[in-house]
Design a protein around this ligand. Sequence first.
Ligand SMILES: *Cc1c(COP(=O)(O)O)cnc(C)c1O
Length: 378
Amino acid sequence: MTTPEPAFDAAHPVDDRYTPPACGELDEITGVLADGRLSGGAPVLPIYEKALAGWFGVQRAVAVNSGTSALHATLIALGVRPGDEVLVPATAPLPTAMPILTCGATPVIVDTAAGSLTLDPTDVAAKLTARTKAAITLPLWGYPADDTTTAGLLTAAGIPIIEDACQAHGTKVRGRYAGTRHRAGCFSTHDRKLLATGEGGFVLTDDEELADRIDFYTHLGHLNGHVHGVNHKLAGPLAAIGLRRLRGLEAQLRTRRAHAARLLAALPDDSPLTELGYGPQDTPNYYNLVLIASDSAEPLAAGFTAAGLPPDSTRYAYRPLYHRPLFAAYATACPNAEALCAATLQLPVHPDMSPAALQWVADRIGVLAAAHAERQRP
Ligand SMILES: *Cc1c(COP(=O)(O)O)cnc(C)c1O
């Protein structure tokens, strides 16, 4: 029996979107419809929040209508106001940083440590001021960002840390889930994320008082007329989808990890391409498999794109934050982030990738890595 070769090329790139299989969401939605309350006040909301808190092992989860709302509400609840400064890594994509502008605060862009997604402690120390109100860390592509050193520095300075874990459901850092390691973790459940409800998000925290402030802010101050709030509530049917899909998250993580291992095994010995680094107690969730080239990945990125495996720099024009006009005014020298963004290649390893597609990608990686090694030879 022969399986047809999947044919990917520049015009038909491998799909990096994943559609989870039906898992009884309709039954859950039917229950919400039968009850008739479809808003963020639906009885399924507290059930969903409890399930999230239980899955991640935290005291509180507050469901909201997007990851952007989760970040915005957390910044507000931590007291970020116009004129305040918020530290954000240069590797952050636009949605990580835009909520800082929404608060009227100033993003202070910080370089990452060499070859890593963590905030560089030296640059953090240089950029802390009396106006610094919070710091955002970012396990991008679901890769563990072990910011223990920086966290010590920030905690000593009294600066709360928000993890933007919007891509990092199930990622572990030193044995703990990303998004549960600091003051608050913000997640998205947009269609592209590992837990998907269409639009949606949630905040995790062990700080009950902070959770209450986020809850009041995102629910119009519970209309008590004492505190200001916005309407960032998640609708009942979306919470119902999340509640069911959460049950499949563990299996999805296992499949993604198996797929990543399969592609990594295809790298030739002393390959000029290696996996983006992480510690022995860390586990990526494989939102993407991220490879890093031993020198500039530019010819590699071109080769991957021609082969139908475009990296994020091609697919989404991904580059350091201050390259975007909206953030150009906040540009500072971030050589490590520049090098990291230029050297990384992101590959899909989601469960929709067929064995044949994975084999095809593995073969291409082998060929492209060997060609890159050949180019590097003196
Ligand atoms: C998706 C995402 C967001 C925003 O989440 P939305 O639900 O789309 O608002 C923020 N930060 C990161 C890193 C993301 O990937």
